[in-house]
Design a binder for this molecule. Sequence first.
Ligand SMILES: Cc1ncc(COP(=O)(O)O)c(C=O)c1O
Length: 394
Amino acid sequence: MSLRFGRALVAIPGPSIIPDRVLDAMRTPMPNIYDGELLDVSAEVLDRLPAIADTTGHAFMLIGNGHAGWEMVVANTMNRRDKVLVLDSGRFPLMWGEAVKFAGVETEVLTGTPFGPVDPAALEARLAAGPADEFAAVIGVHVDTANSVRNDVAALRRAIDASGSSALFMIDGIAALGCDEYHMDAWGVDVTVGASQKGLMTPPGVALVWANERAVQRGNGNDLRLRYLDWDSRINAEQVYQNYGGTPPVSHLYALREALRMIDEEGGLPAVWARHQVLADAVRAAADAWASPDGIALCIEDLNARANGVTTLHSGSVDALELARRCEQGAGLTIGRGVLAPEHMFRIGHMGHVNPPSVMGTLGTIEAALRSMDAPLGGSGLAAAATVIADGLR
Ligand SMILES: Cc1ncc(COP(=O)(O)O)c(C=O)c1O
């Protein structure tokens, strides 16, 4: 039987729920793009963006998805003769590495464990084994959306410094920005990549890149420049048109401005991170309560390496594809596919515009679907999640 009639809920790790305010902001008729209000909207967004990565460096917004952000970094900082070290922690660093390789740059992967963060000691040892300038860049992710591991970015920087390597340090924060605490400058990151569609509560379609002066200088005269992706012309833009390498993403500018204002209104990023922490703890408490020898288990065991915007679960003997089908077809809830093993894993997105009703609704629906499948369950995830949320409400 289907009970799905009613407002559907999507709890995948991006694109995330878009606030009505943000959707409404996009319903703006196309304006003059050389004069008037759009210039103020653009200026406000570009002014607000550095704070999102906590940097005093440059911020760029380009039309495209996260992949476009990766490519902007390649095009502005790398050369064909360079070598780049890829910090494997699941799936997404490897995909960024593929993009680097595709451009003609040599890559080496620092292999990690399937469900753990990158080991800073292993990074230090690998870098120290070669000359200081062996690698032009070290690339990795803050959160890997596939297994929901969160890397200790500051510790990775310390490892690079301890090794004496001169490599630029580049972090994909696509699944973490607006969910997990992040301080680009204080943590010594040279380049950060983001995208609109996860913690930043804006539809997919714009990528964000932050770069410090060191990265900009290092890229000067590199041989992989592409006109549209060139960040120098954006830094030196005299017109809004040049800030975006062409026609600005008008609707996305209005949307992102609204989303960034909402972050401020909530109390700024510390308040946003604190909300994500409670809700993520609630999801993890539910997963631990559901856990049983032949059933559900959290993928990431290290308590300090669990992301606050996405949780990946092993489904044990439960068919994760059938679970997802029951949630969606029967109850109007879309959960995330377990991309690393679709039949044996699933993911819960709790990023961006989420609150106790959306998270409890998600957990309750999953629990009901699990019970409908006679899944082995240790106990009630919903009760465990409510206890965590109750602490957050005190
Ligand atoms: C951590 C991370 N990096 C990169 C990407 C790729 O972004 P996009 O699909 O917008 O190109 C994703 C997408 O889910 C992601 O989660």
